[in-house]
Design a protein around this ligand. Structure first.
Ligand code: IMP
Length: 427
């Protein structure tokens, strides 16, 4: 499959990092297409957990070209920090990483504005990484792109204008009021010199690789339910997290995509505010949170926990055109006596036929539950589909039947080898 997209089929944190890491072993290049350092893709590498925020998870496989596309918003300080950390572990980053000069920059005023906007009613529960404000500038056509760093006069003028605008918008933000454009540029100078040689024509590179029959992996961040258009707006991130965003965010046409893999947990989690129909009462959630170590990889926030939401997963299958499904963290459910799934939603006692397009409508929906007996047996050492407990298989087979997408891989632990590949040639 020359061009594969890996996408989150829930609210992010599905375990995409591990899946991309595994798929990268058979890819020539891996590219991020949207989002920014709000992402936190955890991969176990030589026994330690590495959390990647901006650099594609393919970096942990030697020799892979890793690209950051035009659709990503880049915080250079964070990128540098991440690259330095990986290099300190002996991983070659500078020889393999390329960044599109068309990627927009997250600047210090975006971080301060994100913090200020999150105070009071209407808070989204963002990661505080300046994402929404960087994308807002992009859509308003006042954003500064990575390539703009190398025209310092023009950069200075536009950055000063943007800073003034935000200072007027948030007079109560001390951070914004005391910020100066000169201070900001001082902080950027060294980073600009560092990133200059990493600039790459991501679109042309990927196009050429595909034309030569090479394999490319496009790595999604966040998840479908956080997609700016198709998620639970306004409780979403500010980028196209679903598969359609992939070619757009790296500069390719939609027809290059051969395969779309959706990643979903065997249950559901969400961080931040917004509707979450299958959310558990806190006591139950606390149990799952501990079992699944459900704390944000970027912010450390405890994740909200719930059961699998089938209407949302079916919706994600449609929005992304999923070809395959990967189910992660099955082992986290090993100890549960029973497992619940929202089979559909109801509103005022009647079934809801189509997925609600507004957060308020979704908030009003109640799940119609289906209960499965738990398998109460460890699955973390299982490596073959046939060796899974019967009850676990029944649960998975029911999911794939209802979603009409084949489950090709099941992950049963954080380590690379902790997975069940259902079809040996699935990849
Ligand atoms: P932002 O992307 O930081 O603006 O946050 C918007 C919403 O998306 C908030 O609910 C965040 O918690 C959520 N979010 C952003 N990035 C991630 C992620 O990588 N995993 C899970 N949730 C995320």
């Amino acid at each position: 499959m020359p061009c594969t997209v890996v996408v989150g089929a829930q609210w992010g944190d599905e375990g995409k990092g591990k899946i991309v890491d595994a798929l990268s072993a058979e890819a020539d290049a891996v590219a991020r297409y949207q989002g920014g350092p709000n992402a936190g893709h955890s991969v176990i590498y030589q026994g330690q957990t590495i959390v990647l925020h901006l650099i594609p998870s393919g970096i942990l496989q030697p020799g892979r070209r890793c690209l950051i596309g035009n659709g990503v918003v880049v915080d250079l300080a964070k990128l540098r920090e991440e690259a330095d950390h990986l290099e300190s572990l002996g991983i070659d980053v500078r020889g393999r990483l390329g960044v599109s000069p068309a990627a927009h920059l997250i600047l210090p005023y975006h971080l301060a504005a994100d913090r200020a906007a999150e105070i009071g009613p209407g808070a989204i529960g963002t990661t505080g990484r300046g994402i929404g404000f960087a994308y807002r500038d992009k859509a308003s056509r006042v954003g500064l792109r990575l390539g703009d760093l190398f025209d310092p006069e023009d950069f200075r003028e536009r950055a000063a204008r943007n800073l003034r605008r935000l200072q007027c918008e948030f007079p109560e933000s001390e951070d914004l009021q005391k910020m100066t454009v000169d201070g900001m540029l001082d902080g950027l100078r060294e980073l600009a010199a560092w990133v200059e040689p990493l600039q790459a024509d991501v679109s042309a590179e990927l196009h050429d690789l595909l034309a030569r029959g090479r394999r490319v992996l496009l790595e999604g961040a966040q998840g479908t339910m956080l997609d700016l258009d198709h998620g639970t707006y306004p409780f979403v991130t500010s980028s196209p997290a679903s598969a359609a965003g992939a070619p757009l965010g790296v500069g390719l046409g939609p027809r290059v995509v051969d395969r779309v893999i959706g990643v979903a947990k065997a249950y559901a989690t969400r961080v931040g505010n917004g509707p979450f129909p299958t959310e558990m009462p806190e006591q139950e959630a606390a149990h799952l949170r501990e079992a699944g170590e459900e704390y944000g990889a970027t912010t450390g926030r405890p994740r909200r926990c719930g059961w699998l939401d089938l209407p949302a997963l079916r919706y994600a299958a449609r929005i992304n055109g999923l070809d395959q499904l990967v189910i992660t963290k099955l082992d986290v459910l090993d100890g549960f006596e029973e497992i619940r799934v929202a089979e559909e939603y109801e509103l005022s006692g009647r079934g809801v036929a189509s997925f609600p397009s507004s957060a308020r409508a979704l908030e009003a929906c109640r799940p119609r539950w289906k209960t499965f007996p738990g398998w109460r047996a460890p699955t973390s050492e299982v490596r073959k589909w046939e060796d899974l407990p019967e009850a676990a298989r029944a649960y998975l087979e029911w999911i794939e039947k209802k979603v009409s997408v084949r489950i090709t891989t099941v992950s049963v632990g954080a380590a690379r080898e902790a997975e069940i590949r259902r079809d040996t040639n699935a990849r």
